[in-house]
Ligand binder design. Sequence first.
Ligand code: 5GP
Length: 122
Amino acid sequence: MSDYDNQNIFAKILRGEIPNDTVFENAHTLAFRDIEPQRPTHVLVIPKGPYRTWHDFARDGSKSEHSAFVEAVAAVTDAESVESGGYRLVVNNGDDGNQEVPHVHMHVFGGANCGPMIKRQS
Ligand code: 5GP
């Protein structure tokens, strides 16, 4: 597993040191609203384990953690009623992915059109 900074903001949220607006929680996963929502629905889904990137989570997470994560994403899209209108899942990874918080997280965007997937490079 790559280095994990246990002082990152999501680690603090997981320890209850910083409040969050929880949408869904299971044994291995927490889903909460983004502090600066970019769409009417903007929820972050994170594993509770210390994984910095998606790659770390995919490689080192257990089957139970993986299935709990998938279950949580589905529970969020159900709770937010975004399935019929559509939604977008985004995981930013590392420097080229512009990942800001070094604890893996999936963004769930919905409630309005999410625009083009990525801007063409100039
Ligand atoms: P990234 O760019 O790493 O994919 O996304 C990080 C996300 O975390 C951003 O959308 C940002 O608004 C969100 N964020 C940063 N700090 C906090 C916080 O303290 N609470 C919550 N709920 N979201 C945060």
